[in-house]
Structure formats: C-alpha cells, structure tokens
Design a protein. Structure first.
Length: 166
C-alpha cells in the first residue's frame, strides 16, 4: 500500500514538470512558426512587387491583380517561385488593395498594392503586411485576420505601420 501513493506522487511530479516545460516551450514554438510564416509572406510580397515591375517594364502598366499577375509571370516560374499563386502561402492570405488612402479606387494600370494577412490570427501569424510599388513592405498588428479595406495613409508610418524593408 505504501508503494501506490509514492508512485502516484511521482507521476504527479512528472506531469507537473512536463506541464511546466510545455508551458515554456510551446509558446516559443508557435512564435518560431509565426516568425517563419511572416518571413515567407514578406518574400512573397516582394516577389509580387518584382513581378509587377517586370510586367510594367514590358507593358508600361501594372496589373494590381494577384491572379492576373500569376498568369503573366507563369513564363518566368523559376524567377517567381515565391509568388503566392493560389492566394495563400505559409499561413498567410494574399490579395490586392483596391482603395487608395483617399477612399478612391486605385487607378488600375498606374498603381498597385498587395496585402498579406494571417490565415488564423495569432496562430499562423500576427502582423498584416503591405507592399507598395516601390517594393517597401509595411507591417502592423491589426488585431485580426481581416484584409485591409484600403491603403492606410499617404504615409503609412504615421498610421502606425512599420517599414520592414525592400
């Protein structure tokens, strides 16, 4: 009879230790996955900006549409392997921003902007990402997985967006 309570207390102690280890390691693993996903999403946005630049150089206009750009770049598949052809990549959803900072539709052919939002906020990613025609990538924790309805401002940094780079 003495052995059973001591085994039970040893089991409880082991489960407690496992629980404490899991409490510290699991959040870090989620953070690592979110960081990796965001990094891949940034690369995909930069590929979109590069694809638009290539298309603009050849045609004189921009597409501003993910599906049309993927089709146009199909001939350059190796160079644009990072494009999110299906609109999803690495836990993020991608699309085109349709409204400018003044509330008007983006002038097709003359401007473009793309966004990437986490598929599941705080699981696959945290920050919403944007890329502009100059290839600048902006990031902000928008608090959800909802895509932006418009370009944030003439100066996104004034609206709380951080420049991640080109």
């Amino acid at each position: 009879m003495k052995g059973i309570p001591s085994r039970l207390s040893a089991l409880i102690a082991a489960l407690t230790v496992l629980g404490l280890v899991g409490a510290f390691l699991l959040p870090r693993r989620f953070q690592d996955n979110r960081d990796r996903n965001e990094s891949l999403a940034v690369r995909a946005l930069l590929a979109l900006a590069k694809g638009e630049a290539v298309y603009h150089e050849a045609s004189g206009s921009y597409l501003g549409d993910l599906a049309a750009l993927s089709d146009a770049m199909a001939a350059h598949a190796e160079a644009f392997a990072d494009l999110p052809h299906s609109g999803r990549k690495a836990g993020y959803r991608f699309g085109g921003v349709e409204i400018d900072e003044t509330g008007r539709p983006l002038p097709r052919g003359r401007r473009f902007a793309y966004y990437a939002v986490p598929e599941t906020y705080h699981v696959t990613g945290v920050r919403t990402l944007l890329v502009d025609p100059e290839g600048l990538v902006y990031a902000k924790d928008a608090g959800s997985s909802l895509p932006p309805t418009a370009w944030p401002a003439s100066d996104p940094t004034a609206a709380g967006w951080v420049i991640l780079g080109r």
